[in-house]
Write a protein that binds this ligand. Sequence first.
Ligand code: TAP
Length: 475
Amino acid sequence: MHNYIQQYINGEWVDSTSTETIEVINPATEKVIGKISAGSKEDVDRAVEAARAAFPSFSRMDIEDRIKLLENIAKEYENRKDDLVKVITEELGSPITRSEQIQYEMGLQHFKKAAELLKTFEFTEQRGNTLIKKEAIGVAGLITPWNFPTNQPSTKLASAFAAGSTVVLKPAAMTPFAAIILAEIFDKAGLPKGVFNLVNGSGSTIGDAISSHPGIDFVSFTGSGPVGTKIMENAAQDIKKVSLELGGKSPLVILKDANVKDAARTAILNVAMNTGQVCTAATRTIIPKSMHDEFIEAVKEALPDFPVGDPQDKNTFMGPQVSKEQWETVQSYINKGTEEGATLVAGGPGKPDGLDKGYFSKITVFTNVKNDMTIAQEEIFGPVMSILTYETIDEAIEIANDTKYGLAGYVFGQNPDELFKVASNIRAGQITVNNPKTDFSAPFGGFKQSGIGREWGDYGIEEFLEPKAIIGMPS
Ligand code: TAP
């Protein structure tokens, strides 16, 4: 049992002013695995006060010392590898191999990358007789979702610390324990008190208090569109800057010259990774009409290589949805797909055979999908693939862009001109060509309703900085 009913404020674990708690459930077993504090607005006030007090000295800390701090954090993070992998597997239901190779690793890389980038990052620039100085934005409120319990907070935290910003973090109540380990890591790494404050609780109380708090200068949020709107409304009251990383309905365009078997595997991988609970999931697979039947066969043939089941089993590819509510949402979309006339190729409603306990879905594939169907337009956040067909590259691009979202896009094939044409014309923040390695210095964020602002690498650090122009300063 993980019972963490205290908050981490001003460098120590303190009692909340609320005595209420929230239970955390392992979605693979449906058992309670611990609890956290439900938190209070007064906890947020105390955390903001501590972050404000720490800001003047932390924002002026020598860059060399900040680099050392980030390197220490990365080292302590590595020391806690086993604990992080274990807890993410339990609270999210992420298969243990993915918890290690993806969940744990992504969080680590953000701290390493921030330390590396700080070595050459230009905080000042002279233009004629004007000096441009980039200064830390102030106190940042960070609100994160449950789908990547260390990656989501770590990308924001690494950028904030690199910029010299102090923070108040509210992680998702469904997956809070990884963030508690982060607090322990920062403590051990020697982060000055008050720089990092953790307030657990629900979004409606703690998230709302953060986004409307006059002592917070910047809110960086990752999660759903409707909550993003609410955060903007709150932040607008005192003109806070916001950064929003919201949802997606990303296209994967398969070119005519693609190897069909590889393309099918790429499509499954990119829709079922993390049980489809990925904002950049490639949920619309856009294939040449002439490839259709062969592609469907290749998908059916490949699916057994993506086993669904116990997250503790090293061979499992896909675990459960994070919660009963998320499972029900996914089920309702699967039913909607059939009702609206799409053809089920694989998967479908209900749980996979033999998995009665836990919130498990089947990897579900629909073909004959029209882009105006609900399953092609709305973010499902589950392992549901919609296959659409095209005759010309221009038509493929048109289908790809026929969405309110613009977070990511994927293109798979061989012809370099066509790969570039598709990559250049998809209106989205990050395009992936033929499954490359993750680039942690590439900007990450959305066009259109997928969000505002960028995370990761130097673009992520810039979000926590304000440029100041000093004009005519005698040298
Ligand atoms: P959200 O409700 O948006 O939750 C994200 C974070 O915001 C959580 O920490 C949540 O707190 C907090 N929050 C909730 N209400 C808030 C409010 N009124 N003010 C401030 N913060 C608030 O997302 P979800 O429920 O986790 O998932 C719902 C859907 O969002 C998913 O199905 C998916 O479509 C989308 N989603 C997108 C992403 C990414 S990466 N773009 C990630 C997760 C979910 P609590 O949950 O602790 O109450």
